[in-house]
Design a binder for this molecule. Structure first.
Ligand code: ADP
Ligand code: MG
Length: 684
């Protein structure tokens, strides 16, 4: 029997009634494939369970015991404590749970259970907040599912116990693992020495030895990546044929003229990516290119040049930025650099006057505007383009795929350039952006000075203020950043507004201090930013609104309060606001009261300056699920593979998947049909 595990409901598995099925749904399990691929997160070696007297202090271990006594109490600090005395023939141990008073009803004296936890020595042996598994009274002593083997431990949901889920999993594996079709191409299995899928699924759940877990993981990790990369490769392949776009032919030497007039020489890296973009524009295929570059690497001018290429072929270009401050800055930059050229540039943000907006929208429709810059306002329905040839997205991680798509659909297969200043670790680039081409600006404009970063406690804050004063005396400007706008009593964070009053009055009374935060109206923000840019403000007190894109070359100090409240990539973005000109720059992270993660973050910030390195560390700390943008792509539910630990496997799987599509006959082959059905179709 060939069985389609996607089409077979988990209800067909012994032990899954309607009630259990609902609970399994909570765990994301609907069909047989889901169930067979619901892998244990760890194993317990219960082939020979330890006696209590043989438990080793300090290590997590499991043992079987009988409940001798139980009781709960409250500690002086109101913490509830539930305790049980457990024993076997030769020993005794206390199990303690904090703040789970409901547990007391789960146990009866005389019952047997299996306990797993770290063993401590405190008035005898103790184990704190351990995992437990009750042994049902009616369980046959010769049972070999839950003991006397290497036992899988699964993530649970309310209403299902470890034993019940294990039994269900066992039934599923027993009955169906054998009939699973093996979909990996034979040559790949041979090349890597993979075991077949039936054994892999059996062994990942119910292994006979550690080695069999390793062999099963090896295949399943590879296969998970391979499947994802097939989707990418297939998308990219289709694009090649289906994605016919505009064949730009440049009628004017606009770009060359523009580059000659630039106040600086483009870096080699900028030249390289501009050439890559230009080549894409000329080709009939519509471009999907991700432009990566660390903060300050000069992506804006690359965007502008790309837009000019589109113009010189008679098309319009649109640039969408995530915030109004940033859109306005781009607008001004474009205006400034384009002085003397006959090109019309528009700025569309929601806070403009109604009349202005509707005039602008009219102009876009009639191609009276060549380059339109804006925020989300660009994707509203009323905005229609006459001839949209190029879409540019700045700070792409701030947008969803859908927003990107809406703008894209306002043209007829326009080319698309997606920019990101938060560098994406290479691992992620492979797996998430596998269908995009990638250009990297891997060089900062010359003459940039290194940014020195200090991490200090609150006690040193006066010294930091003095340092800022010295910098201002040298002619520089400073940012002071706070996590919140208004003081929240609960968190007792210093809020930008309040600190603005205090700093202006008590600390920097001789200086010009400005305030910028997200709740200000766009034109107010605009005014403040302009003043800061024109050096009419010495110190800008701000919230996270300055996180992305703001460009003031004269600013040389940034003080970040409560630095522990910010994520690594955020800190890097913030710090990227300084060190943009020819001046030595300094970032002061102020933070006390730290947990380990915060310490690690700030430690990294003080040592590392490369955005790529920082993004990698950030991913490591937060995990791929939390890392920006990942949710949008559905890549946060890798079942067994780990983007970081298994990077080498990912690379191999990617190459193998893309190599397949290089063979001209492949698409028509039965091998493709099979791969398509199993790996690709479910994802498109
Ligand atoms: P980001 O990549 O972070 O968006 P920007 O495009 O804002 O960086 O550029 C940062 C600053 O560097 C801007 O002031 C810009 O004018 C300047 N810049 C860009 N390219 C060069 C270059 N080749 N040489 C000198 N300065 C440059
Ligand atoms: Mg930028």
């Amino acid at each position: 029997m060939k069985l389609d595990p996607f089409l077979t409901s988990a209800r067909f598995v012994k032990g899954v009634g309607p009630g259990k099925f609902k609970i399994l749904n909570q765990l994301g399990i609907y069909n047989l494939k889901d169930l067979l691929y619901y892998f244990p997160y760890r194993y317990e070696d219960r082939r020979r369970l330890k006696k209590i007297k043989d438990l080793k202090e300090g290590r997590p271990q499991s043992f079987e015991a009988e409940i001798l006594a139980k009781g709960s109490r409250r500690a002086r600090n109101k913490l509830s404590i539930f305790q049980m005395a457990l024993g076997d023939e030769g020993g005794r141990i206390n199990a303690v749970w904090f703040n789970q008073p409901y547990l007391k009803d789960n146990f009866k004296v005389g019952e047997r259970l299996i306990i797993y936890g770290k063993i401590l020595k405190r008035n005898g042996l103790q184990v704190i907040n351990p995992e437990y598994e009750l042994i049902p009274e009616d369980e046959a002593p010769e049972d070999t599912l839950h003991t006397k083997r290497i036992v899988p431990i699964y993530g649970l949901s309310k209403g299902i116990s470890q034993r019940v889920l294990r039994k269900i999993s066992f039934n599923a594996v027993n009955e169906f693992a054998e009939v699973l079709e093996d979909n990996l191409p034979e040559n790949l299995k041979k090349r890597y020495g993979f075991i077949n899928i039936n054994k892999a699924i059996n062994d990942i759940h119910f292994p006979e030895s550690n080695d069999s877990v390793i062999a099963a993981r090896k295949r399943l990790i590879y296969e998970e990546f391979f499947g994802l990369q097939l989707v990418m490769a297939s998308k990219k392949h289709n694009d090649k044929y289906v994605r016919t776009g505009i064949e730009f032919s440049f009628k004017k030497p606009l770009v060359d003229d523009f580059i000659k007039k630039l106040p600086f020489e483009l870096t080699q890296a900028q030249k390289k990516v501009i050439a890559e973009i230009r080549d894409d524009l000329i080709k009939p295929r519509s471009m999907r290119r991700l432009l990566q570059g660390d903060v300050g690497s000069g992506k804006t001018v690359v965007a502008l040049i790309s837009a000019l290429y589109a113009l010189s072929a008679g098309y319009q270009a649109a640039l969408m930025a995530p915030t109004e401050v940033l859109a306005e800055q781009h607008y001004r930059t474009f205006k400034r650099l384009m002085k003397g050229f006959k090109i019309s540039i528009g700025l569309l943000i929601s806070q403009r006057k109604k009349k202005e907006k509707s005039e602008l929208i009219d102009k876009i429709k009639n191609h009276k505007i060549d380059i339109i810059i804006g925020t989300h306002a660009l994707i509203q329905e009323s905005v229609v383009f006459k001839k949209l040839g190029l879409v540019i997205i700045d700070e792409q991680h701030k947008f969803g795929v859908i927003q990107r798509d809406i703008l894209f659909k306002k043209g007829q297969n326009p080319d698309m350039l997606i920019m990101t200043a938060t560098p994406i670790p290479r691992t992620l680039t492979y797996s998430i952006y596998g269908d995009l081409d990638v250009s990297v600006i891997d060089e900062l404009p010359s003459g940039r000075k290194k940014i020195t970063t200090w991490w200090v406690t609150k006690k040193k804050i006066d010294g930091a203020y003095d340092f800022i004063k010295q910098e201002i005396k040298k002619g520089r400007q400073a940012y002071i950043v706070y996590p919140l706008v208004e003081k929240s009593k609960k968190l007792e964070l210093k809020a930008a507004k309040e600190m603005y009053e205090h700093l202006k009055k008590d600390i920097f009374s001789k200086y010009k201090v400005g305030l910028l935060h997200g709740q200000m109206k766009a034109d107010e923000k605009d005014k403040v930013m302009l003043k800061f840019k024109n050096n009419k403000i010495d110190i800008l007190i701000s919230t996270i609104v300055i996180e992305v894109g703001i460009d003031v070359a004269n600013a040389s100090v940034m003080l970040i309060e409560h630095a522990e409240r910010f994520g690594l990539s955020q800190l890097h973005q913030l710090r990227g606001r300084i060190g943009r000109g020819p001046y030595e720059s300094y970032c002061i992270l102020v933070s006390s009261a730290l947990n380990d993660v915060a310490k690690r973050r700030l430690g990294i910030m003080s040592k590392v300056s490369s955005g790529f390195k920082i993004a990698e560390e950030d991913l490591m700390i937060r995990g791929p699920g939390e890392f920006f943008g990942l949710r949008q792509h559905g890549f946060n539910d890798l079942k067994i593979a780990d983007l970081i630990k298994d990077e080498a496997v990912l690379k191999k799987a990617r190459k193998d998947a893309f190599d397949l599509f290089r063979e001209p006959e492949f698409i028509e082959s039965s091998a493709h049909k099979k791969l398509f059905k199993y790996y690709i179709k479910p994802f498109i």
